[in-house]
Design a protein around this ligand. Structure first.
Ligand SMILES: [Fe+2]
Length: 212
């Protein structure tokens, strides 16, 4: 049945990153696979409840808890795919000054450096979560946001373009908990800016190729 088709972990080749060890990456892949597995487990349990075509009143407490947990596991799965997907060996530096990302950062924040300072600032926030750069798809405007755990603070309808995991598991084998800024620096030295560019959805007026 299509509705219960399990999610499959995606594969990423991220060995020999700069400042993020293979040990960290391997451990992180395993954690990610755990989110995929739990997403499937919970989805299966929810499907059981739905077999008779309704959620009965007495099923509601367990069903509700599963749905809440699904938000955590599902977003844990998806955010890790964005995160691994915006890293690559030999990445880093700053994005090309002529790239849409660079220009969007300038028009949204005044300069790329201010955009970056804001994104890094989000990454340094205390607590476990994610630093997110989103694109408002209709206007192309960028904004940076904090996501607590995996599911608190997502911006509805916005497009994630740069995603940084700042849970301690993302760096604890390589850096001390208080050394998160060093990890953030390492993260930036591995960013796949082309992947970020490819995520941008906004097409400036006049550049649209579809005619009506
Ligand atoms: Fe993670």
């Amino acid at each position: 049945m299509i509705a219960t088709e399990p999610y499959k972990p995606k594969q990423f080749n991220l060995s020999n990153l700069n400042g993020i060890s293979d040990r960290t990456v391997e451990m992180h892949f395993k954690l990610y696979e755990g989110y995929v597995k739990e997403t499937n487990n919970i989805s299966e349990k929810i499907a059981e409840f739905l077999k008779d075509g309704k959620v009965d009143q007495e099923e509601m407490p367990v069903y509700s808890e599963l749905k809440r947990r699904l938000g955590f596991e599902f977003n844990g799965m998806i955010l890790h795919e964005y995160y691994f997907g915006n890293l690559k060996r030999g990445g880093g530096g700053d994005p090309d000054r002529n790239s849409s990302l660079f220009k969007a950062a300038e028009s949204s924040f005044g300069s790329y450096d201010i955009w970056k300072a804001d994104f890094v600032g989000v990454g340094k926030m205390r607590g476990v979560g994610w630093a997110m750069c989103y694109e408002q798809p209709e206007t192309g405007r960028l904004s940076n946001h904090w996501i607590g755990e995996h599911q608190i603070g997502e911006v509805a309808g916005y497009n994630p373009v740069l995603v940084m995991d700042v849970w301690e598991h993302a760096f604890i084998l390589d850096y001390k908990p208080a050394e998160r800024p060093k990890y953030i620096e390492a993260f930036f030295s591995n960013v796949d800016w082309q992947a970020v560019e490819d995520r941008l959805k906004h097409v400036p007026r006049g550049k649209a190729t579809v005619s009506r």
